[in-house]
Structure formats: C-alpha cells, structure tokens
Design a protein. Structure first.
Length: 356
C-alpha cells in the first residue's frame, strides 16, 4: 500500500481478527501504512453459506503468527532474536514499535479472543502499551488513511455484513451516530438474498455479478423507511424478494438480483444524503465491506457531485476488514485516552463508541 502523510514516527502494530480475516499492519503516526497483510478465510466458509465461528477461531489460531510476522517484515522491522513473534521473549519490542493494538469488538467472540490474547501477549512481552479498538471506529479511519485532507465534518455511511450506521464525524475521536438499521444490516440482507437465489457466499459480490446482466427495474420492490428519519430497514426488502420469487418462479435470477441491489442502493444513498444535509456535512464517505459495491459507489458519487459535496470512496482493500484502519484508530485513541488495561477483554456485542 502506498505510504501516506505521516504525522509522527510512533509505530503501532495492529491486529484484526473480528470475523473471517486474519490481518496485521504496522502504522506510523496514525497516517502512514508501513505494511498491511490480510489472510482471508472465504474459501473455508463458502460451502457453508456463511461464517462458521468455530472454523474462524481455529483458522485465526493457525494464521496469526505468520500474518503478524509478515507484517513486521514488510515494514522492515527486525524481530528480537530473529526467531519470529513466537520465538522467545524478554528482549524488548522490535525497533520503533511503541504499542500493540487489537480489535476488541464487536465480532465473533472466539475470533476476537485470538487477536486480543495475542496482542496482549506481545505488549506484555515487549513492555509496550496495549490498545483495544472498536472495529466500527476502525472503519472510520480507512478514509482518513487514504484521504488525510478529507473535508470535515463528514457524514460516513458504514455499511457491512453486520452493521449499517450513519455517522457524523467531526474529527478523530469525535463522532455521533445519526441512524442505523432497525433489523438486518445491508450486508446481511445481501448475503441472505444471495443464499436464497443460489449465488454463493459472500453474497455482495454474487449479487453484483448476477445483477450486471439483469434489469434493475424488472421488479417493483419496496424502499423501506425511505421517508422515515435516518434509520434503515432491510428485512422487509429481503422478504419482498422471497415473496416475489415464490409467486413468480419463472423470474430471471439476474433481474431479481438487479432489482434487489437497486432498491438497497437507493435507500442507502437517499439516507446518506439526507444525513449530510441535516448536519451540514462538507463531505460524504463510505466505509465497510458493502462499500466495495460498484453501483453503490457510482450512485453515491454521482449524487454528491450533483449537490456539490465532496465524496470519498475508499479503495476496495480499505473497505473490507483490515488491520491498517485498526492501527490508525489505535494511534489516536492512545494519544487521547492512554493504554487499555490488560484486564480489558473482548466484547462481541461492543457498541459504537459515540464520542463528542
């Protein structure tokens, strides 16, 4: 990944294991990515149609040492003793590492415990601070890593398999949740519809591929809660797809996929622009795995241009789970709050850390 504007020399080693990616990164000064390594488990879970927590936890255990070692090596950091991160202790931290961070939630409990335990062990062994990071807060920093001069305040649409949130971001550490899903997250709806249509896992790419040859106006699907505040709902949209296919089994799968995708995108774009207008945002950002969806990126970008709003669409590598965003968030959190106690544990249901 291209190095960005660094604001300091402090290096943070960050670890991300909240779901089905084992990731590690070295980030300098909260802005400069020295390395970013991601080991995906998609192939392990695909035949089950979704993430299996027990399989995810075991895979993290198998992969975390080589992933962290590779991240340090890519950053040009010599390991104490030359034996890797599991090859001894008591020799101090690798040169430049001033903190070890890990995602502490939300996510799969077993998966989180692997990353948190490993990060704490390194922090204790190297005698450096441990920093626990909220996974959702981490996603906000993906935009700042790639666009350090992002006009603030910004409205961020954080949209993933487990979460859909509209967040007002005034700056690092200063955010407010404006709205969220009242039922299924957008990515969850994509996965469920894809599974129902036999399009495989993960659902987002499967829906997008099928929709490319379909007609987005073929089926009149609802746009749930479109005129109701800033909260969102996708469960009814998913149900409408099932009901339509049940009544019309002859319908072409690409048309169903395209119509569903268009309905979901319409809601997401409409709500995001409404939030930006209400808060007087200078820019709009996407974050999270669903932010990689091509039609969502194109429609939101075009709508922002029409309204004179700056729109930042992070690279697809920064949309999916990665440790670079965790390292950036950790640097700012360490500066503001200090280290996280080693007694702090993982929290699978951790809420978004709204701070004003």
């Amino acid at each position: 990944m291209t190095a960005l504007h660094a604001t300091g020399a402090t290096l943070v080693l960050a670890i991300e294991t909240s779901c089905d990616e084992t990731a590690a990164s070295v980030v300098a000064g909260g802005r400069e990515v020295r390395s970013s390594v991601v080991s995906s488990q998609v192939d392990l879970h695909a035949r089950f149609g979704g993430v299996v927590p027990e399989i995810a936890g075991r895979a993290h255990l198998e992969r975390i040492v080589p992933v962290v070692t590779e991240a340090l090596e890519q950053a040009g950091i010599d390991l104490p003793g030359g034996n890797g991160v599991d090859g001894g202790g008591g020799e101090g931290a690798p040169a430049g590492i001033r903190a070890v961070a890990a995602t502490v939630g939300p996510g799969l409990a077993g998966a989180l415990l692997v990353g948190v335990s490993f990060a704490k062990s390194l922090a204790l062994c190297w005698d450096v601070p441990f920093v626990g990071v909220n996974h959702l807060e981490g996603h906000l920093y993906a935009s700042l890593l790639e666009e350090p001069d992002l006009p603030l305040p910004a409205t961020v649409l954080l949209v993933s398999g487990g979460h859909t949130l509209l967040v007002a971001m005034e700056g690092p550490g200063s955010y407010e949740v404006l709205g969220g899903t009242v039922d299924d997250a957008a990515g969850e709806a994509f996965d469920k519809v894809a599974r129902y249509l036999g399009l495989g896992y993960p659902g987002g790419p499967g829906i997008e591929r099928a929709a490319a040859s379909g007609d987005p106006a073929a089926i009149a699907l609802p746009r749930p809660m479109l005129a109701e505040g800033l909260d969102l709902s996708f469960s009814g949209l998913k149900t409408a797809v099932v009901q339509h296919v049940t009544k019309h089994p002859e319908v072409a799968t690409p048309d169903v996929a395209a119509s569903f995708q268009q309905a979901a995108v319409d809601v997401l774009v409409h709500k995001t622009l409404r939030a930006a207008e209400r808060r007087g945002a200078r820019s709009v950002c996407l974050a999270g795995g669903v932010a990689a969806n091509g039609p969502l990126r194109a429609q939101l970008g075009a709508a922002c241009r029409d309204r004179g709003l700056a729109c930042f669409l992070p690279s697809r590598e920064m949309c999916t789970d990665n440790a670079a965003m965790i390292g950036a968030a950790a640097w700012f959190r360490l500066a503001a709050d200090g280290p996280t106690p080693l007694s702090a544990g993982a929290d699978a249901s951790l809420r978004f850390p709204a701070r004003r």
